[in-house]
Design a protein around this ligand. Structure first.
Ligand code: AMP
Ligand code: ZN
Length: 114
């Protein structure tokens, strides 16, 4: 069992208390479709442990962060057309982080022009 937070919507999704469109899952990482997509492909890459955001990361999280990055590579390799994407992290409330459980937005199929 991973460290979970009872009030967290992503922990509820991870624990299958709330349904989601699962794209990929392993012991440590879940990828779901964003419910409000900002691009033709919009996935959320979520560690199963309730890590708040990058500021909350510790050395011991290195394996899961690397695992998330490998999932990014896998998702990119499965894209139709070019393996091009935007990886967006809203880190902290003032930067638009609405859900206090770290997640990376994987967006493709649209040039977001960052
Ligand atoms: P952020 O603003 O970076 O915290 O992003 C939160 C994201 O979670 C938003 O893009 C929402 O559309 C998405 N989201 C919220 N609830 C759900 C849900 N139940 N299933 C899938 N995505 C969700
Ligand atoms: Zn959580």
């Amino acid at each position: 069992m991973h460290k979970s937070n009872d009030d967290c919507i992503f922990c509820k999704i991870i624990n299958k208390q709330i349904p989601s469109d699962v794209i990929y899952e392993d012991d440590d990482v879940l990828v779901i479709k964003d419910i409000n997509p900002k691009a033709p492909v919009h996935y959320l890459i979520i560690p199963k442990e309730h890590i708040i955001n990058i500021n909350d990361l510790k050395e011991s999280h290195a394996p899961v962060v690397w695992k998330m990055m490998k999932v990014v590579q896998k998702l990119a390799s499965e894209l139709k057309g070019a393996p091009s994407f935007n990886l967006v992290i809203n880190n902290g409330k003032e930067a638009g982080q609405l859900v206090s459980h770290m997640h990376w937005h994987f967006l493709a199929g649209k040039n977001l022009g960052f």
